[in-house]
Design a protein around this ligand. Sequence first.
Ligand SMILES: [Zn+2]
Ligand SMILES: [Zn+2]
Length: 335
Amino acid sequence: MTEPVLTFTDRGIYCPAGDFFIDPWRPVARALITHGHADHARPGHGSYLATEAALPVMRHRLGEINAEGIRYGEARRIGDATVSFHPAGHLPGSAQVRVEVGGQVWVASGDYKTTDDGFCEPFEPVRCHAFITECTFGLPVFTWAPQAEVAREINAWWQACADEGKTALLGAYSLGKAQRLLSLLDPIGPILTHGAVEATNEVLRGQGYSLPDTTHVTPDLDLKALKTPLVIAPPSALGGQWVRRFRNASTGFASGWMRLRGIRRRRAMDRGFVLSDHADWPGLQEAIKATGAETVFATHGYTEIFARWLSEQGYDAHVVPTEFGGEADEAESAA
Ligand SMILES: [Zn+2]
Ligand SMILES: [Zn+2]
């Protein structure tokens, strides 16, 4: 029996033929990283390989790392494996990793979304024999409305806040979601940012991603002089001291989890906008079908339910255990 192209270890997805890991959660000698989110790009690896577009944010978050960039679609030989990175449509620079060994092709999706958001590099299906898919939103209840519709809701909310003399406070994960939201706004006033969001904006602007003007909220910023502002901050900041300076505000939160009423209630936000950087239920099905894969591994989300559904559809489906340790929480805010 030939060895599988990728195996699942207690440090993460491993390629024996190339002796490397993909998005490992414990320090390893050689790591291929799908994107810069904290649960995928962790500190402490000997070397990093990621797309050229993903690297600046990774360096910003991880500091001094021994990292190399690769272009989308460029093939590279590592040991007896050939690897390449392909757009995952999740956030700027995000990739699926294609690994080929002895004619067998496996793809590790990382996080992905299939609809084009007009901001990051759009998802490209990659043909393979085995596909390791995330399924953060692998339940039929998770279907997303077209982005333009959600954008209209958010802009209408901003206008309503302005009419009532309130500040619109929008919670969004600082890498990815915040910038996608920025690209969807029709500014009727200044856009203010929390430091974590502004730092990521700066990195992405430096790479040539186009974002509207934003103003970092510093202690000396005269908030009273600003008319009808909208503020973007990470969800953690909305629950803390930082947010107290904005009196008379309406809070909104943009996430796929806003599809669930229980979570909307628990978050105690005035408004929930259903907007995710992950594939919805139809998107997952479409993506898996497009790979042509017979074998599918479900990870990151509703794995058991999703793998069972895949088996019923005739796939050779498996569940991949993932390390938790706070990931569910992070996923909830990042998604
Ligand atoms: Zn992610
Ligand atoms: Zn993730």
